[in-house]
Design a protein around this ligand. Structure first.
Ligand SMILES: [Zn+2]
Length: 333
């Protein structure tokens, strides 16, 4: 995911590249502005490979070695990743958070700064930057030195619960183009603002053995579960609507934490997104099975992500409680 351009972009980029090579770079800059206008205000989206857009064309010039992006809170701390490192499977913030996006461009050569600007597209109601057009966009001049430059979007309003995403695209200025830099899009950044669902739904989870029997609870309130060494398990999430006539649709994002009982690591060991299925107001999803687990601490967390039809019915992104799992040393007999 992440490498996107408008229909006809490949031809346009070829033309743009031609202009960079043979004509004044000013005309290319004007072309880049045209790309910005079309990329974020309309047109069908199609993939273009990284090699066509992300790198220089030889001559020993600089190119963008990495275009790192991360979503930050207003105080510039990084919003937690649901799993992975930014840009990660998705970042998660509480509803009401104020955020912005930060792009860091690293040159292949520390003596060549990637100057120019970054266009940030912001998508409201979509976690995958897959809308034809962004909800809003912003152009920010990059600053920095030593081959590393950065740009940050301005802060959002407090976010309502739901899906959002950012997409940042680097556009070199004429000086940077002369140094070999080319237009470089970053990966789509998914953001989930979690809050209590307005439709009253909840997410319940149960850790199962491979045969779908329930892993025993450590205590009556099931503050945690205990399985013998060598157990193969998976997690099941159930989303229950307040109405039997409205069955929740969408996906569950499951995160699995190894060496951690409290889901408190910045990043999960692994993650999985599974479509919900069900009827009568109740829908479920299950992860795939683990490998046989060695003794130690584990945990699961699930987040319900409604699709657009469910959002229209009032469902909102909803996290489960963290599910601690202790795998005991005693071997099952
Ligand atoms: Zn199961």
């Amino acid at each position: 995911m992440g490498w996107q351009a408008i229909a006809g972009m490949e031809e346009f980029i070829k033309m743009l590249t031609f202009k960079v090579i043979v004509a004044a770079s000013v005309s290319a800059a004007l072309g880049a502005l045209f790309v910005v206008a079309e990329l974020f205000t309309g047109g069908a989206v199609q993939g273009v490979s990284a090699s066509e857009l992300g790198y220089g064309y030889g001559y020993g010039y600089g190119y963008i070695k990495s275009a790192h992006t991360e979503i930050q809170f207003a105080n510039n701390t990084v919003a937690p990743c649901f799993s992975g490192t930014p840009p990660c499977f998705g970042q998660v913030v509480p509803a009401g958070s104020i955020v912005h996006d930060k792009a860091t461009l690293t040159s292949s050569d520390a003596t060549l700064d990637p100057t120019g600007f970054v266009v940030f597209g912001f998508y409201d109601g979509n976690a995958h930057c897959s809308l034809d057009r962004a909800t809003s966009h912003e152009t920010v001049t990059v600053g920095g030195s030593g081959g590393v430059t950065t740009a940050e979007s301005s802060n959002t309003a407090p976010l309502a619960a739901g899906d959002y995403s950012y997409k940042a695209v680097y556009f070199p200025d004429p000086a940077a183009q002369a140094r070999g830099f080319r237009r470089t899009p970053a990966e789509c950044e998914s953001l989930l603002a979690v809050g209590v669902g307005v439709d009253g739904e909840g997410v319940d989870t149960v850790i199962h053995f491979a045969d779908h029997s329930e892993v025993p609870c450590f205590a009556t309130a099931c503050v945690g579960r205990v399985a013998p060494a060598g157990s193969v398990v998976h997690d099941e999430a159930t989303v229950t609507s307040s109405s039997n006539d409205l069955t929740p649709t969408g996906t569950i994002r499951f995160a699995f934490y190894e060496g951690e009982l409290n889901c408190s690591l910045d990043r999960a060991t692994s993650h999985e997104e599974v479509a919900l299925s069900g009827t009568g107001g109740v829908a479920t999803a299950e992860t795939s099975n683990t490998v046989p687990l060695t003794p130690g601490d584990y945990s699961y967390r699930a987040i319900y992500v409604p699709d657009s039809a469910a959002v229209d019915h009032g469902f909102r992104s909803t996290p489960s409680a963290c599910e601690p799992l202790e795998v005991s040393a005693a071997k099952s007999s």
